[in-house]
Design a protein around this ligand. Structure first.
Ligand SMILES: C[S@@+](CC[C@H](N)C(=O)[O-])C[C@H]1O[C@@H](n2cnc3c(N)ncnc32)[C@H](O)[C@@H]1O
Length: 214
């Protein structure tokens, strides 16, 4: 995390910081995030095998970018899947149904998409109601089925909601990708997730988990 964001959290609190700065949020470590996801999902044999077998074998993917910021996780994930797609049995890149959730930054996400548009085959849906607090109760996700959820640079902010968020997510999402500038959060099988692979590139940790509950 950048020192100015950390300073912002210390002076205004997380909520106060994003209420004031959410519309202009950008992740200064985006390049390293992309490198880390490539290492996790392309270069690591376990990650690549799991994604090719378990995910890139269908022509339609439902993805949730949880606490999406300006879409850094989405962009890094889509770039990575695009590189992998020619190795799959699919002729074309799958159609993506993308749900983006964030209580403070959806404006930043949409303004960033005007500069780096998503593939034209993507259907985008705003889910600002998926806060960590709401997701730790199960209601917002009832009837939802995601192939993958990405949560980049944000899951540590769930704090006391972490167990509930992850447990409920494990009932609604087949895979989870987490990226973080430090070793937290610690996720284990009691939360419904089995670790597939963990890598650290340019100080960015990335983990791929498979749900034990879907
Ligand atoms: C460091 S940013 C990460 C954003 C983006 N995923 C990235 O990779 O840069 C943390 C994000 O968590 C979101 N956030 C803060 N509190 C939250 C909460 N209670 N529930 C859900 N998201 C929250 C913020 O709005 C912000 O977009």
């Amino acid at each position: 995390m950048s020192s100015s964001i950390r300073h912002g959290y210390e002076t205004c609190g997380v909520k106060g910081y994003y209420e004031q700065h959410g519309q202009v949020y950008r992740n200064p470590h985006y390049r390293s995030l992309c490198q880390s996801l490539k290492q996790l999902l392309i270069n690591s044999p376990r990650g690549r095998t799991e994604i090719l077998r378990g995910l890139l074998n269908t022509d339609r993917l439902e993805v949730l970018d949880l606490a999406c910021g300006a879409g850094e996780g989405t962009q890094a994930l889509l770039q990575t899947l695009k590189i992998l797609q020619p190795l799959s049995t699919l002729q074309q890149f799958p159609k993506i149904i993308l749900d983006i959730s964030d209580p403070y930054t959806l404006e930043a996400f949409h303004s960033q998409q005007t500069k780096t548009p998503l593939p034209t085959t993507t259907t985008l849906r705003d889910k600002s109601e998926y806060t960590f607090q709401d997701m730790s109760r199960t209601e917002p996700l009832t009837d939802k089925r995601y192939d993958m959820t990405i949560c980049s640079y944000a899951l540590h902010l769930a704090e006391s909601c972490l167990f509930g968020v992850l447990y409920h997510l494990a009932m609604h999402s087949r895979y989870l990708v987490v990226a973080s500038p430090h070793k937290k959060p610690v996720i284990d099988v009691s939360m419904g997730w089995q670790l597939v692979e963990h890598v650290v590139i340019e100080k960015v940790h990335s983990w791929l988990y498979k749900s034990l509950l879907t």
